[in-house]
Design a protein around this ligand. Structure first.
Ligand code: IDP
Ligand code: MG
Length: 149
């Protein structure tokens, strides 16, 4: 089992799409092991997006992500990192396939409504930024019996 960090960005929450997006992850069979609505501070944004410091879009990205509450999620499943990236779709919604979250619900790269970790290492790093260990729960998830052989 693998864990990934996903986030419904401020535009997703403001547009009333949080429930819809969470439902997609649930229907895929991902177990929600952490979830909260929260305001991202500039400090958290700088830590999360450290790899993008200095890029032309960085200032706008921090303004975007700190503008209103987000829903932070830790999702668990086999290949959870890759599965969530696939479900989210291409970074630029203009290039995202229909059927993906960005393809179905977004228009521009600077308002692409969701985040998903790009590797297991990134997931571990990002989960630690957003969650305390005691905020992540392990519990019996009965669907796993029917999701995996
Ligand atoms: P990812 O979210 O698909 O992993 P990254 O390249 O890591 O994509 O970029 C992080 C976030 O920064 C994107 O999701 C998007 O919100 C924003 N971003 C990336 N490139 C641009 C850009 O060219 N203009 C505006 N925002 C961008
Ligand atoms: Mg990224």
């Amino acid at each position: 089992m693998e864990r990934t960090f996903a986030m419904i960005k401020p535009d997703g929450v403001q547009r009333g799409l949080a429930g819809e997006i969470i439902a997609r992850y649930e229907r895929k069979g991902l177990r929600i092991v952490g979830m909260k609505i929260m305001q991202v501070t500039e400090e958290i944004a700088n830590a999360h997006y450290a790899e993008h410091v200095g890029k032309p879009f960085f200032k706008g990205l921090v303004e975007y992500i700190t503008a209103a509450p987000v829903v932070a999620l830790v999702l668990e499943g086999a290949n959870a990192v890759a599965e969530v990236r696939k479900m989210n779709g291409a970074t630029n919604p203009a290039n995202a396939d229909m059927g993906t979250i960005r393809g179905d619900y977004a228009q521009e790269v600077g308002r692409n409504i969701v985040h998903g970790s790009d590797s297991v290492e990134s997931a571990e790093r990002e989960i630690a930024i957003y969650f305390k260990p005691e905020e992540l729960l392990s519990y019996d998830y009965l669907p796993n019996k029917w999701l995996y052989e």
